[in-house]
Design a protein around this ligand. Structure first.
Ligand SMILES: Nc1nc2c(c(=O)[nH]1)N[C@H]1C(S)=C(S)[C@@H](COP(=O)(O)OP(=O)(O)OC[C@H]3O[C@@H](n4cnc5c(=O)[nH]c(N)nc54)[C@H](O)[C@@H]3O)O[C@H]1N2
Ligand SMILES: Nc1nc2c(c(=O)[nH]1)N[C@H]1C(S)=C(S)[C@@H](COP(=O)(O)OP(=O)(O)OC[C@H]3O[C@@H](n4cnc5c(=O)[nH]c(N)nc54)[C@H](O)[C@@H]3O)O[C@H]1N2
Ligand code: SF4
Ligand SMILES: [Mo]
Length: 864
């Protein structure tokens, strides 16, 4: 079969994929060498997409309550309940909560239905949690939500500054491009309170005090002024500067004051400022460390101010670059899917409302911005929203203060959830669950971080009764009575309408426009190749989409950073792991992706570990005023003292602990409404279970194992649960399958080992101990798929050998840290390339290269 060109399901890099279907639900994945975003490269997540396309765990038919239902019944019910609620309580009593993981066509239809036909702007998206501060910052500075950079700017930059972005893990293919540029001589500065793998390879890492970015950037602006690199001519010609802007800047922005506020050395700070001043070709790339803050919009504008004031915008290699997280975060912005925008980069100004209403021939049009995510769920909790439809997002996990979100969902009279997965934390609250088509089954377009629009294409036929999101939404719209306005037969129909709206009555005052694209027929849509809207250098002419054609410098000041409270002495940060995607509904299926970080860790500085009695590998409870959850402790000197980091990926389906969403406060940026996920006052204390162990099973469990701590790890041919507990083991033992049992007990150490064999194969194992050791898991896991059981099962290792390769570093080739260290020592390897030549590690997706570099550095310093 011929390869099909499509786009990766995950991050906003938007890599092109060349997919060759090899069977009913199997596919070979390769990077598309012709796609401008990745030129053939893929990271670990993209590479392993093929492991996530089986039908395991999929929602394949509509469900009403707990019962399977026909599409007709389910759609009729949704339409009826929304209509009834609207007629009884008005349009503001209903809401949609959608996602940057919808395709542009899905998003367009949802937005049109809510804003033009239901007549309220109560449609918000998980992009509120993701980059709404960047949107708000762009609108304040440029007059329109425009990302002025492209990936090509990275190839032309002499200095790349990454602010609040763990690019090596979250945008790995862009990171490879940055590395390539650095190898050609560009400098890399990383600004992040944590020493991430991104920071480890930088020329300079500023581990600033969290929340001090405005001080850092304002100090830099002052430095640029003193160094004479403020571009007065550019400001005069193209930027409106508020009176007093420069006067306000003077106070407290000297090097020493800034170094104190940011808690970095004066020498490092000076080095950063001098590098910045010396390099006109600078790209400043930022993501959640900037956006997810209660001062997020100001932080964004602090960065935009710098680039405007130095005229470093609209030129090759010079731009501020908000890199987006989700595959179609940008497409959502283009259709206007946020509660704070109307459609096609238009706001709620009267002429915009009239224009959009006219274009849609809509009976009504939303008057004003709707409820933003945090307010929206608060309104659900307070009974003001009485019907809610959630699509392609898992707010029960990902919203801040998730306990309150659970309560809100439980109290809501009517909840609809469209998802691809049957069991999700949010789906548990749904009155109606609708099976959506997944990646590999759906057709449409996405826009990546650098405005490149690409096709996602179906590889497989729709499984079961799953249907694409656009179809589900338009069917509900039609059943609510709007037949002609939603008479779409295919995504291409919607795409053309979206393109026409972008150019409709647009005299050039809105930069977002897709001229030409509207004219193609279905064949042109099918054959679409990736293209970028807005052109390469969007502000090259210095014209900005404001009334006076000028950009704006926005005065911003650093908010005071309070000292920690006695009750909550630690600061909790949260974010991502390299090989997991959000709530793991898909990456959680791939055993290879579980190997990089199998469990949810709380990373703690060694000094805090000592002070708080936290030992590497033990358990700790992280508590905030909102809630608490247990994590595995990882002592890491890349943490700042007083700060801890947890991942966002684990859910009620996958772990009894590790629940980052329960912890943050529902506090938001006043302009954008984006929650401040990165800085929560917290307390961390050790938890000491009586026993710890693991449970290995050939089959999935319906529920979590009943003990203090249970966390699921995907393994080949089965599932593993890491466990810890206080009580007796009987309830856990009861989870073992039937079969022949072999057992061993060591009373002295409180050790119990059980293996279950059925038809000559290992089907389950439970190993626990109070004071003893537990064997490495790899060999036992492999026994699940071994044709014969080994006699040494209870030893947890093969006869005669000790097969422990250490933690897996290279997931593509399954290479552990011990193997790498041994090779480095024995073969005297000196660089990442030679490790690649010797072992293959790092030669496929490249995601582990920063880790390899760190191992080399550690080995070199050990040797010295
Ligand atoms: N592997 C993987 N990749 C992903 C995703 C995923 O789930 N997994 N999700 C995608 C999505 S939707 C998104 S939004 C992106 C997010 O991509 P990133 O923004 O790179 O990811 P995060 O880990 O959320 O946070 C980035 C960094 O901000 C730092 N930070 C915290 N507080 C501050 C601060 O006050 N100042 C500064 N300067 N930095 C701070 C954190 O320590 C963290 O290292 O990733 C995308 N890519
Ligand atoms: N503490 C903390 N919380 C955070 C963050 C943080 O850094 N810290 N980051 C925030 C950010 S930036 C983001 S983007 C969010 C992400 O949070 P979510 O959006 O809640 O996470 P996902 O797991 O991506 O949820 C997507 C859901 O859509 C389903 N799905 C996948 N494809 C389709 C499809 O085609 N159609 C439909 N209908 N469903 C589909 C998936 O199975 C899954 O259930 O988390 C936010 N929450
Ligand atoms: S960087 Fe990785 S996750 Fe992101 S689009 Fe590319 S392959 Fe997919
Ligand atoms: Mo995101």
């Amino acid at each position: 079969m011929d390869a099909i060109r499509t786009t990766c399901a995950y991050c906003g890099v938007g890599c092109g994929i060349s997919a060759t279907v090899t069977g009913k639900r199997t596919v070979e994945i390769a990077g598309d060498p012709d796609h401008p975003a990745n030129r053939g490269r893929l990271c670990s997540k993209g590479t392993h997409l093929g492991e996530t396309v089986e039908l395991e765990g999929r929602l394949l038919h509509p469900i009403i309550g707990k019962k399977r239902a026909s599409w007709d019944r389910a759609l009729d019910l949704v339409a009826k309940r929304f209509k009834e609620t609207i007629s009884r309580h008005g349009p503001n009593s209903v809401a949609f909560y959608v996602s940057g993981q919808l395709l542009t066509e899905d998003y367009y239809v949802a937005n049109k239905l809510m804003k033009g036909f239901i007549g309220t702007a109560n449609i918000d998206t998980n992009s509120r949690l993701c980059m709404s501060s960047a949107v708000a910052g762009h609108m304040r500075a440029f007059g329109e939500d425009i990302v002025p950079a492209t990936y090509n700017d990275l190839d032309a930059a002499d200095l790349i500054v990454l602010v609040g972005s763990n690019t090596a893990w979250c945008h790995p293919v862009v990171y490879q491009r940055i590395r390539a540029r650095c190898e050609a001589g560009a400098k890399l500065v990383v600004i992040d309170p944590r020493r991430t793998e991104t920071a480890e390879e930088a020329d300079l890492h500023l581990a600033i005090r969290p929340g001090s970015d405005v001080a850092l950037m304002t100090g830099l602006l002052q430095h640029c002024r003193e160094a004479g690199v403020v571009d007065e001519a550019y400001l005069t010609a193209h930027v409106a500067v508020p009176t007093d802007f420069w006067n306000q800047l003077g106070e407290g922005n000297d090097l020493w004051s800034v170094a104190r506020t940011c808690d970095v050395s004066v020498a490092d700070l000076r080095r950063f400022y001098e590098l910045f001043a010396a390099n006109p070709r600078t790209v400043t790339m930022f993501s959640q460390g900037i956006n997810q803050s209660t001062a997020g919009t100001d932080q964004v504008n602090a960065i935009l101010n710098l680039h405007l004031a130095t005229g470093r915008i609209g030129k090759p290699g010079a731009a501020p670059f908000s890199i987006t997280g989700q595959p179609n975060a940008m497409g959502g912005r283009e259709v206007g899917g946020l509660a704070s925008t109307l459609a096609a980069h238009m706001d709620f100004a009267p002429d915009n409302r009239a224009r959009v209403q006219r274009f849609w021939a809509a009976p009504t049009i939303a008057e004003k911005p709707g409820l933003k995510a945090v307010d929206l769920f608060r309104a659900v909790g307070e009974g003001r929203i009485k019907a809610l439809w959630v699509m392609a997002t898992n707010p029960a996990v990902s919203m801040p203060d998730a306990n309150r979100v659970h309560e809100a969902l439980a109290a809501c009279p009517f909840v609809v959830v469209s998802d691809v997965i049957e069991q999700t934390d949010t789906g548990a609250f749904a009155h109606v669950r609708l099976p959506a088509a997944a990646w590999g089954e759906k057709d449409g377009t996405v826009t990546n971080s650098d405005r490149t629009i690409s096709r996602q294409r179906a590889l497989f036929p729709l499984p079961g009764e799953a249907m694409p999101d656009w179809w589900i939404i338009k069917e509900v719209a039609r059943r609510m009575g709007w037949k002609t306005a939603f008479a779409y037969d295919r995504p291409a129909d919607i795409w053309r309408e979206h393109c026409r709206l972008s150019t409709y009555d647009n005299d050039g005052s809105r930069i977002f426009a897709l001229p030409g694209a509207a004219q193609g027929g279905n064949a042109a849509y099918d054959a679409m190749i990736p293209f970028r809207w807005g052109g390469e250098q969007i502000f090259a002419d210095g014209n900005y989409p404001t009334d006076d054609g000028r950009a704006r410098l926005v005065p911003v000041t650093q908010k005071p950073l309070a000292d920690p409270l006695e009750k909550w002495p630690m600061t909790l940060n949260s974010g991502r792991y390299r090989d997991q995607w959000h709530t793991m509904t898909r990456t959680g299926l791939a055993p290879k992706l579980a190997r990089h970080r199998a469990e949810p860790l709380v990373e703690v500085h060694p000094d805090d570990g000592l002070r708080l009695g936290l030992v590497d590998g033990s358990l700790a409870r992280v508590e905030t005023p909102q809630g608490d959850s247990i994590f595995r402790v990882a002592i890491h000197d890349g943490q700042r003292r007083g700060e801890v980091f947890v991942p966002i990926h684990w859910t009620e389906r996958t772990s009894s602990g590790g629940r980052a969403g329960l912890l943050p406060r529902p506090l938001v940026d006043p302009v954008s409404g984006q929650p401040g996920f990165k800085r929560t006052p917290a307390k961390v204390e050790p938890v000491t279970p009586r026993w710890r162990g693991f449970l290995l099973l050939a089959n999935e469990l319906p529920d979590l194992p009943p003990c203090m701590w249970a966390t699921r790890v995907a393994v080949p041919s089965g599932v593993m649960w890491e466990l810890a507990g206080d009580g007796d083991l009987l309830a856990v033992e009861a989870l073992l399958p039937r079969g022949q049992r072999v057992e061993a007990d060591d009373r002295a150490r409180g050790t119990r080992r059980i293996a279950v064999i059925a038809n000559g194969r290992l089907t389950g194992a439970l190993f626990v101990t109070e004071t003893g050791e537990l064997p490495p898991r790899d060999w036992l896991i492999a026994q699940l798929s071994a044709p014969d059981v080994a006699p040494t099962l209870l030893a947890g290792r093969a006869p005669g050998v000790q097969a422990d390769h250490g933690a897996i570093i290279c997931v593509c080739f399954d290479i552990g840290v011990k193997t790498i260290v041994a090779a480095v020592r024995e073969r005297q390897l000196v660089d990442v390339a030679s490790i690649g030549a010797a072992l293959g590690a790092g030669t496929n997706c490249g995601s582990c290269r920063p880790a390899l570099a760190r191992i080399l550095a550690e080995e070199t310093s050990n040797a010295a």
